[in-house]
Design a protein around this ligand. Structure first.
Ligand code: 2Q2
Length: 323
């Protein structure tokens, strides 16, 4: 009987530190839109591994690539209702009454990678993160630099004048709709997981994304030309439901913060290598890269941005450009 008692005590103590095969205390569902080859996925897995290790198995992170947890806009809702806990997002946050969030992906706002790091990783980035947390309850836990967004299509385009009538898929981001409308295209918002099929079936004529997604989603199979518009240099956020974060005891919140920092650094290393490899890959697959009249794109886009932005957004844009 005493042995049974001891066993019960041992089991109780053991509950704080689950061994392999035991149930974790918390399961966090982490969704993103990229596929398994993308750096985002590898970074998410790294996060899961770090969290497991650092929490001694008390937290399990389940990663869902390819919008398997839902389309980006649906997963954002999921964070609020509890069907998702962590996701990778960015400019789509604009639709969540988060006007400052679009500054992470405003056309022609960021000069280069150095500028991006200073903004995203500096006080202005903090201001944007705080805004996202305070207004929407999404807690940014990491940010990822992305490659420049480039336009793809099945005909070469060198000047905005050639965009007339082109049905162009954009993510659900109103500033992208405004900008591409001003440039002359017919932008149509669509979830990323639907883009390949829509291109294949010609319900859309083009799309715009960094090399990494053009490669990993196989878009080069259905798009011949990649226009080097580089119209958006952006970063993405890994956000966690703040409600979920606050349910965790302080030591586990610390685990999340530390694992997120490891993930951010790891993703950046992957990004630096993959950005170059992805370009070469697309070239080898027969994609043709087209130089564009960037000044013409920039001027038309800038006008559209100034028209779409309110005073606070213009103020933040000015401060970003002064960095
Ligand atoms: O084209 C896409 O769907 C992505 O590259 C988007 O930029 C991304 O998902 C944003 O919507 C992030 O909020």
């Amino acid at each position: 009987c005493f042995q049974v008692f001891l066993l019960a005590v041992a089991l109780q103590l053991g509950a704080c530190q689950p061994k392999q095969g035991e149930k974790p205390e918390f399961v966090l569902r982490f969704g993103h839109l990229a596929n398994r080859d993308h750096g985002w996925h590898q970074a998410s897995l790294k996060f899961a591994e770090e969290v497991k290790k650092r929490s001694n198995g008390r937290i399990e992170v389940k990663v869902y690539p390819n919008e398997q947890l839902g389309k980006e806009m649906d997963v954002l809702t999921g964070l609020l209702v509890g069907s998702a806990d962590i996701m990778i997002t960015g400019e789509s946050l604009q639709s969540w009454s988060l006007p400052k969030s679009i500054l992470c992906a405003t056309p022609f706002a960021i000069r280069d990678s150095d500028h991006l790091k200073k903004v995203a990783g500096g006080p202005l980035g903090e201001e944007i993160e705080q805004h996202i947390l305070d207004v929407a309850g999404f807690r940014p836990i990491a940010w990822f630099e992305r490659g420049a967004r480039n336009l793809t299509a099945n005909r070469p385009i060198r000047h905005p004048d050639e965009l007339q009538g082109m049905i162009l898929r954009v993510p659900a981001v109103s500033l992208y709709v405004d900008t591409w409308s001003a440039l002359g295209a017919k932008p149509t918002p669509m979830a990323f997981s639907e883009v390949f099929t829509a291109l294949q079936q010609s319900t859309i004529h083009g799309q715009e994304n960094p090399f990494a997604l053009i490669k990993d989603a196989g878009l080069y199979e259905v798009q011949k030309y990649c226009m080097l518009t580089e119209h958006v240099k952006s970063w993405a956020y890994v956000v966690m439901s703040n409600k979920k974060y606050e349910m965790l005891p302080a030591d586990l919140q610390q685990v999340i913060d530390e694992a997120a920092a490891v993930m951010q650094e790891y993703e950046h290393e992957l990004f630096l290598v993959q950005e170059k490899e992805d370009y070469q890959f697309l070239l080898d697959k027969g994609m043709e890269f087209i130089e564009v009249d960037k000044q013409a794109f920039r001027e038309a886009a800038n006008r559209a941005v100034m028209e779409a932005f309110d005073a606070d957004q213009i103020d933040l844009l000015n401060r970003i450009q002064q960095v």
